[in-house]
Design a binder for this molecule. Structure first.
Ligand code: ATP
Ligand code: FE
Length: 356
């Protein structure tokens, strides 16, 4: 099967072509991503209206390039997968409209994909997935533990009760004068920092369960920053590095301990191939990967994570998730709607078509 995927749920416009033969590792024939960081830079965050307009303007070109780079035409495509939510509604609509147009014009099947399912299945672009697997989905807008029992079966064990780590990384970058997206910049700064210099909290570790909180940690970093910021509103390079290191360390410690708890619940299911997977933009963070690998070593779990280019938003993971859904018999039609919210454990509603 060969699938075209479209992604436009936040600030990356993506189109990709993925080919898969049953039982083999999929081939990503192309994966075009047009970021919008520069468009939003002066606003201190993603502006939904600007994002939606940029997606609408760029998607056709991204699709053309994805087909070109893959060396295929629409005639070679078996289906069109598109992110139908959750995300910024204007952006999601641009993608869904474009996919409907291509589907109507070519007669090829249309498959709506949950963006989070795209992230959750993204490790499968590089290696065979064994269900059930335990997944930490950690991104710009989400942070949750899931038992992934199949392509469309997700069981949530717990997650953040406020902010996601990705938005916390972005916020810390803004507080310390580092560029956006904050994740890679903070990770880089942390390499040269002393994580012990500023005492920062490890939120919710004293409470049982897998729920997490990152909003208080952000505030704590802000207060720590205010103890060292100069009257001219500047920070020394070392202060920035130490704040970044302290923040990242705290996130790692929280994720590590909460993962241990999620592992305990997961292992009650006696999975055939016990696996911990991490996915989403924050899964690109090496310190976090190492923290999770430590937990895996303790409990004899396999560790799997997507290749770096499939951590942050991309259309290859959407094409892949759509292809897998299609193989299970899923198919949408022109009534497919864009949804701003779409929790993973309600994903099967997507199979009913319009999904309102
Ligand atoms: P969601 O998937 O929840 O809807 P999103 O699509 O905006 O949100 P992603 O594209 O999956 O989020 O991830 C983007 C986030 O990942 C950003 O917040 C970014 O700072 C963060 N990120 C990217 N690279 C790293 C890194 N190396 N370390 C930490 N965070 C990172
Ligand atoms: Fe995402």
């Amino acid at each position: 099967l060969t699938f075209l995927g479209l992604e436009s749920s936040c600030d990356d416009t993506g189109a990709a072509v993925v080919r898969h033969t049953d039982g083999e590792i999929p081939q990503v024939l192309s994966n075009v991503v047009e970021g919008q960081t520069a468009l939003h830079a002066s606003f201190g965050g993603v502006v939904p209206e600007i994002a939606a307009r940029a997606h609408a303007e760029r998607m056709d070109d991204c699709v053309e390039r994805a087909l070109d780079q893959a060396g295929v035409t629409l005639a070679d495509i078996d289906g069109i997968a598109v992110t139908a939510g959750p995300g910024l509604i204007g952006g999601v609509l641009s993608g869904v409209m474009c996919a409907k147009g291509i589907s109507a014009g070519s007669g090829k099947p249309l498959i709506g994909v949950n963006h989070l399912a795209g992230h959750a299945l993204s490790p499968g672009l590089s290696e065979e997935l064994h269900f059930p697997m335990l997944m930490l989905l950690v991104s710009g807008g989400h942070c949750q533990f899931l038992i992934v029992r199949g392509v469309e079966e997700f069981h949530r064990l717990g997650g953040t009760i406020d902010d996601a780590p990705g938005e916390a990384f972005d916020k810390i970058a803004r507080l310390t004068g580092l560029p956006q997206p904050g994740g890679p910049a903070v990770e880089q700064a942390a390499l040269e920092g002393d994580a012990k210099r500023f005492p920062l909290p490890r939120p919710l570790l004293d409470r049982p369960g897998c729920d997490m909180s990152f909003s208080g940690l952000k505030t704590a970093v802000l207060r720590a920053r205010d103890t060292v910021i100069t009257n001219e509103n500047t920070l020394a390079r070392q202060d920035v590095n130490d704040l970044a290191a302290g923040f990242q360390k705290s996130v790692c410690e929280v994720l590590k301990e909460k993962t241990r708890r999620a592992v305990a619940v997961y292992l009650e299911e006696t999975p055939d191939v016990p696996t911990l997977a991490v996915a989403g933009g924050v899964a690109a963070n090496k310190a976090i990967r190492i923290a999770l690998e430590t937990v895996c070593a303790e409990s004899d779990l396999r560790f799997t994570a997507p290749a770096m280019q499939y951590c942050t938003d991309n259309a290859a993971m959407i094409a892949w998730a759509g292809l897998l859904r299609y193989r299970l018999g899923a198919k949408d039609d022109l009534t497919l709607s864009a949804r701003p919210r779409w929790p993973l454990d309600k994903i099967q509603a997507g199979m009913l078509g319009s999904g309102k």
